[in-house]
Design a protein around this ligand. Structure first.
Ligand code: SF4
Length: 761
């Protein structure tokens, strides 16, 4: 019996508002999980899935990339992990009848939430040119449609192969090989919009674009500074790690424009005390910084550490480390010693005394870790900001020793793994050399398109075929109206998906939906149970084995889709796609030959818990920079000037959301229920602007090419930093100009949009 979701878009956007919470998880999280279990999964599927979720012989959570502790709890998940699983394991189906009932034009009017609640896709669907409805199509016909369009290209660079961070290592490796065998490096991915800035800054300063911290380092650290991150919603199991670090004596500092419940008090459901409200206060300090103020903050911290060293030479800086392992100290010191304090105060919006207190935390800490997420990476000067993080850590030798290091916390479960597998438009020549040697061909060397450049190319009519491996491209990207019309310029759009989303309603002249297996489902491609692997935010690679029977017998795995398509388009002359699809161990053997750090891949991924990838700076203070040194850098401060009567807006997630997937319409921690079109504004700003709490406004962003509008948001008076507002994406991605990007990384500046609020009735 096919279960159907409610057809009407019942819950219109009428947000309820109550006081924000100061505690995270606890009973509310448990009842939220119970709701998912009873409401969506049912007891049997819950047992099958939740007892395997994040277990060593189970499957990896399709949610975020937070690592698993060596000792796993029976219930090794958070409420948002359960929501992610429930979305995948839902018994609801989007099948042929559904598509016959709903024309694309109607689906395009539906909310993201409604589309996501319709359930799992069941078979390949084709939208013919000029068609109004998707119709079923065989896999073979689907591959032929793609092959036809690829063959019609005058250059392989007219095709783009986008990847969302849920794609497994094996599928990602096969996907990049297919694209490069076709002759293009057009491999944009969701990392372009999240931690690209981290990769750029870390590669330049320490020689590797990944974090150096493992869970044990957090437990052993004296000081953990968390910048521009809301772990309570986006990496909830991080709260357990912070609680343990706290119990081991760590000091925790939150640096954020918003007071997030997750960093105030954590009621750990794994602890009986939490059920009677006995939690753990996490942050010892909260610096409520202005958006984009982190670069100035850390530059000031550097100047204060130097000043303290001047007073008591040898008491603060790790001179032996600086002398032996770094370069650039003199220029850096001269720069930060000449910092303009007023400029720092204008940029940070916090009193100097708070900056001094944080400097004291670094001075008295024997080891320190800096963690960050999108609140840092999605700014014009994100790369400079992360370089300042590295500067401060290098001063005291806080890298390459226990309890210390850099910790960019990744969003999507395998976004780091995909990059390691070659999903990048500009892989280094040595990597491409090894790929060419392994498969006996000349990989393309011309750098490809990242996400923002892909949208520009589509806008300019240069892209014929767009293929999305998972994700929801039109909702994850900036400048929604422009992006949607750009995507419509393609001859063919192909979406490999598990569930319905808006990217299925914004199509090229023809469109295909290719339904794939979820992480929770058994993968028996090639007639045997297959294991896939992923890499978490801390560089730990481990296996994942689905447990559930697939939602439909017509689903194919991501690997099966890529290899089937590649065989149809390229044939199996020099790459045995069939063998790779038949046994993923064959893919891993190829990965072992091409990707550094994957020696004995098949043997090591079979070990419960997997293995840790090498990291030169962490493992041996080896820095693979051109001169073999870690780099202290000079970063000129350029505080954003906000015109009178304007605010700086950041786009954020609600607690009932993972990236562009909307699980529900509530945001429990911020006191929002049954609605998403809200804008959080500081009460002082409302007074200055003469706008009433609970009134309605249009949000209008101002850019050199004109205004962009997001209509009718309910104003919520909220304790955000003065001058800084916040609202949910994807609804406000329409406000982010395509050309408003971070320097070097080309990441959209979704955390710093100049807006005006226009009252509406
Ligand atoms: S913390 Fe992240 S990976 Fe862990 S269960 Fe929650 S969503 Fe999944």
């Amino acid at each position: 019996m096919v279960r159907r979701a409610p057809r009407e878009d019942s819950r219109q956007d009428a947000p309820g508002v109550s006081a924000p919470k100061t505690t995270a998880a606890g009973n509310a999280a448990v009842s939220s999980i119970a709701e998912e279990v009873v409401g969506k999964l049912g007891v049997k599927r819950s047992a099958l899935t939740l007892l395997s979720l994040n277990q060593k012989k189970g499957f990896d959570c399709p949610g975020c990339a937070w690592p698993d502790p060596d000792h796993r709890h029976t219930f090794e998940f958070c409420e948002n992990g359960v929501k992610a699983v429930a979305e995948e394991a839902t018994p609801r189906r989007v099948d042929v009848e559904f598509f016959a009932e709903h024309p694309v034009s109607e689906l395009a009017e539906r909310t993201d939430y409604w589309l996501g609640q319709q359930g799992r896709l069941t078979e390949p669907m084709l939208l013919e040119a000029g068609g109004t409805h998707y119709r079923p199509v065989s896999w073979s016909e689907a591959f032929s449609v793609i092959a036809e369009e690829l063959a019609a290209m005058s250059s392989p660079h007219e095709a783009v192969f986008y990847t969302s961070g849920r794609t497994s290592n094996e599928a990602a490796f096969a996907y990049q090989l297919f694209a490069r065998k076709l002759g293009t490096n057009n491999l944009p991915d969701c990392s372009n919009m999240c931690h690209e800035s981290s990769g750029a800054a870390l590669s330049e300063t320490i020689g590797i674009g990944k974090g150096s911290v493992l869970l044990d380092d957090l437990y052993q650290s004296d000081l953990i500074v968390i910048c521009g991150q809301n772990p309570g919603t986006n990496h909830p199991r991080m709260l357990s790690a912070l609680e343990r670090a706290k119990r081991e004596g760590a000091r925790i500092v939150s640096v954020n424009p918003l007071p997030e419940a997750g960093l105030q008090e954590f009621l750990n459901p794994q602890r009986p005390g939490s059920y009677i409200g006995k939690g753990t206060e996490l942050a010892d300090r909260f610096l409520q910084l202005r958006l984009g103020g982190d670069q100035a903050l850390f530059a000031a911290l550097g100047s204060l550490l130097l000043a303290a060293e001047d007073k008591v030479p040898g008491a603060v800086l790790d001179r032996p480390f600086l002398d032996e392992h770094t370069t650039g100290f003199a220029a850096y010191a001269e720069h930060v010693r000449s910092l303009d304090r007023d400029e720092v105060l204008r940029a940070t919006g916090v009193p100097w005394s708070q900056i001094e207190e944080l400097a004291e935390e670094f001075i008295s800490a024997k080891s320190a870790v800096v963690c960050w997420a999108m609140g840092i990476t999605q700014h014009r000067d994100a790369v400079a900001t992360i370089r300042e993080f590295v500067n401060v850590l290098l001063l005291q030798g806080n890298i390459g020793r226990p309890g210390a290091g850099v910790c960019p916390v990744r969003g999507h479960s395998n976004v780091q793994g995909d990059r390691t597998m070659g999903i990048w438009e500009k892989m280094p020549d040595q990597w491409l050399d090894r790929l060419g040697a392994e498969f006996d061909f000349q990989p393309p060397r011309e750098h490809g398109l990242d996400t923002v450049d892909t949208i520009r190319a589509m806008r300019d009519g240069k892209i014929r075929v767009f293929m999305g491996m998972g994700g929801n491209f039109v909702r994850a990207t900036p400048d929604s109206d422009l992006t949607e019309s750009a995507l419509r310029s393609c001859a063919l759009t192909v979406q490999v998906s598990t569930k319905l989303n808006r990217s299925h309603t914004v199509t090229g002249r023809r469109a295909l939906i290719l339904p794939t297996l979820g992480r929770t489902e058994k993968d028996t491609t090639g007639g045997q149970e297959q294991v896939v692997s992923v890499e978490d935010s801390m560089g730990v690679v481990h296996g994942s084995r689905g447990k559930l029977r697939p939602a439909s017998s017509q689903l194919r795995s991501e690997v099966g889709i890529v290899c089937g398509l590649a065989e149809r388009v390229l044939g199996s002359d020099d790459v045995d796609w069939c063998a790779m699809a038949g046994d993923y161990a064959v893919i891993r053997d190829h990965i072992e030959a091409v990707v550094p750090g994957f020696t004995d891949y098949n043997a090591r991924v079979a070990v419960p818990g997997g293995f840790v990838l090498p990291h030169g700076p962490r493992d041996s203070r080896t820095f693979s920079t051109p001169d073999g040194k870690a780099h202290l850098t000079v970063n000129v401060l350029r505080p954003l000037e906000i015109p009178e009567g304007r605010l700086l807006l950041q786009t954020i997630r609600s607690h009932d959301q993972f990236n562009t997937t909307i699980y529900g319409l509530d945001d429990r921690y911020r006191g929002i229920s049954n609605g998403r079109r809200v804008v959080f504004v500081n009460p002082g700003d409302l007074h200055d602007l003469g706008i009433a709490d609970a009134s309605y406004v249009d949000l209008v962003s101002e850019w050199r090419d004109g205004d962009r509008r997001a209509e009718r948001f309910r104003v919520v008076s909220y304790p955000t930093a003065k001058g800084c507002a916040a609202a949910y994406f994807p609804e406000t991605n329409v406000l982010v100009p395509l050309d408003s990007v971070a320097e070097t990384s080309n990441t959209p500046t979704s955390k710093a949009i100049v807006v005006r609020l226009e009252p509406v009735p």
